[in-house]
Design a binder for this molecule. Structure first.
Ligand code: PLP
Length: 366
């Protein structure tokens, strides 16, 4: 525990939120000024929430430079529901989807797509336990030009493997990407995506809302007959309010977008800060190769989730205990891969990462 009673929270998700956002949430409870009730109690059809969702969309559009030919939708069901919704909406009868699998989440997306239609794992390094993304040549060589869409996971949260930039695809390919754990962490060329989605709870807000950005021509090709709530057009045609949206979660997303704009200064500044934070840890890993072994290949290292191992499970246990003593929590790697994982989402302050880097240096020396 630190002096202010807060820990240094390296949780992979739900993750740390900016202090000013939490303070604003607190200030708005139990009574929103001018409303007379809290964000937990008001109708989504009222003027207050209409303003919230409109500004949240406008801020996301400004931060990500989303053009007029893309819609911004607020869905529920997490990224996991998108694993099914994407093929239900984009994979027509007889067509095949190309899945690029660089980690556990992409593998889940592939499994779900195969339940809906014909899905093909176009590229994976599963045999090497997910340590890298494909090179540009490997990716282009692996894709089927006739595929309905290409799905990939820009940042694999569990393995800590990230595409350094949106990979180039042939012009006619429809890119559908899971951006859950690097959403808003850096600028993204949205124009190149048919669709991208992100569960909010890693970088954009609390659990409960999933942001989907979808291009109009992709929307227009959705087959009829889907269940209403699983059809992206329902969200597009009803401003994400066909049914009750997750009001509180969207309100916190709005506060996070304001923080990114006003306190951080936009996504270029956020990306530079995130890069600097990640480098602090990777420099210690590379400086002590006898103690720390990074999971991902250098060129595929994640800026958001830094994954590494120590020589033995006992060393890892001792490291986690030493971290907990200093108020650093949620550093245990995902149960499927073990080791250590430090998630450095947008709201993780550089001081938190410096504290961890310092502990890693001291731990390596003793
Ligand atoms: C966390 C995560 C998911 C799963 O998100 P849910 O909202 O729990 O369904 C999917 N993909 C990635 C890349 C994630 O980080």
């Amino acid at each position: 525990m630190r002096a202010d009673g807060r820990v240094i929270n390296f949780s992979a998700g739900p993750g740390v939120l900016p202090p000013s956002v939490l303070e604003q949430v607190k200030a708005d409870l139990p009574t929103l000024p001018g409303v007379g009730a809290s964000a937990l109690e008001v109708s989504h059809r009222g003027a207050w929430f209409e303003g919230v969702i409109a500004e949240a969309e406008a801020n996301l559009r400004a931060l990500l430079k989303i053009g007029d030919d893309h819609r911004v939708l607020f869905c529920q069901g997490g990224a996991s529901m998108q694993f099914a919704m994407v093929p239900m909406n984009l994979l027509r009868d007889g067509a095949t989807a190309d899945l690029v699998v660089t980690g556990s989440w992409g593998a889940k997306a592939a499994t779900e797509a195969a339940r809906v239609g014909r899905a093909r794992v176009a590229w994976t390094d599963d045999a090497e336990s997910f340590v890298r993304v494909p090179t540009a040549e490997e990716l282009l060589g692996a894709l089927d030009p006739a595929a309905a869409y290409v799905h990939l996971t820009t940042n694999e949260t569990i393995q800590g493997v990230e595409f350094p930039a949106t990979p180039a695809l042939p012009d006619e390919a429809v890119l559908a990407a899971d951006h859950s754990s690097d959403f808003l962490s850096r600028p993204v060329d949205v124009a190149r995506y048919g669709l991208l989605y992100a569960g909010a709870q890693k970088n954009a807000g609390p659990a409960g809302v999933t942001i989907v950005v979808i291009r109009d021509d992709v929307l227009s090709r959705i087959p009829d007959g889907l269940p209403t709530m699983l059809d992206y057009r329902t969200y597009a045609e009803h401003a994400s309010m066909f049914n009750t949206p997750p009001v509180f979660a969207i309100y916190v997303v709005l506060l996070v977008t304001r923080w990114l704009r006003d306190e951080i200064g936009g996504l270029d500044a956020m990306a530079a800060s995130n890069r600097a934070k990640a480098d602090l840890l990777y420099d210690v890993i590379d400086g002590h190769p006898d103690v720390y072994r990074g999971h991902a290949d250098r060129a595929s290292r994640s800026v958001m989730n830094v994954t590494f191992r120590l020589p033995t499970p006992e060393d890892e246990g001792a490291f986690l205990a030493a971290a907990a003593d200093e108020g650093m929590i949620e550093l245990r790697g995902h149960r499927s891969v073990g080791g250590i994982r430090a998630s450095l989402y947008n709201a993780m302050p550089v001081e938190g990462v410096e504290a961890l880097a310092d502990l890693m240096r001291r731990f390596a020396e003793r």
